[in-house]
Design a protein around this ligand. Sequence first.
Ligand code: ATP
Ligand code: MG
Length: 243
Amino acid sequence: MTSTGPILKTINLSRIVNTQNQPKTIIDSFSFEFERSKIYNIIGATGSGKTSLLRLLNRLDEPTGGQIVFDGQDYREYPPCKLRYKIGYLFQIPYLFPKTVYDNLLYANPKLSDGKISELAVHTRIENNLLKSNIENLSIGEKQRASLARLLAIEPVIILLDEPTSSLDPTNTAAIESLIKDIVLTKGLTAIMVTHDPQQALRMGGTALLLDEGKLAEWGTCENVINNPQTEIGCRYKNKALK
Ligand SMILES: Nc1ncnc2c1ncn2[C@@H]1O[C@H](COP(=O)(O)OP(=O)(O)OP(=O)(O)O)[C@@H](O)[C@H]1O
Ligand SMILES: [Mg+2]
């Protein structure tokens, strides 16, 4: 790891897919520099490309054009499995194996000591008795905290989160939001989070990136992009979000 320059950089990143034998550009020349230890909120209307962008950043999908540079090194020089230890991905719906929370953490990283597992549990507010509970007996909020613990178990440098609170109630949503902020602050990770809720982006703080038809329409502080947009697309998004 180098310690200077952006942790992640995209240069004209693009993805074109074929739908009904027609090419469709779902990510369009997306260029951006993500800095270390920061929070980024990816916002935009449904279908604007938020999930598609996140999947490219984790190499779940391959770009059809452009480049991604992680910590100064081209993505293509990294084997995808090695990259996924550096860049973790949290899905919208908790996705865990039907075993205990402890088993799930150990599966993610077999080198974890019991002490480290306890530390992760404390950090993600998983009570000790829950560690040995089967995933099936956990509430949805507990499952999402367990998913977050599993994500941290691989000791990533960047965490990608796709609407991590969309299936949670306000109390569990607030818990996950504060956990993510805490992780960025204490572990120095970079969090790139997709949200369909501009209010959530404002609560998270940091930078907002507004996507529109796969293009980066506007970016800046959450406050500026959401409450004081400078582009026509930004104003349209604000008016729609306020309705
Ligand atoms: N593999 C694919 N094949 C064809 N079209 C795709 C594929 N993946 C995504 N798309 C299309 O790309 C566009 C962007 O999709 P994406 O899921 O990234 O949007 P999103 O911003 O995450 O939307 P939402 O807020 O509803 O989750 C959509 O029109 C979607 O139908
Ligand atoms: Mg999506």
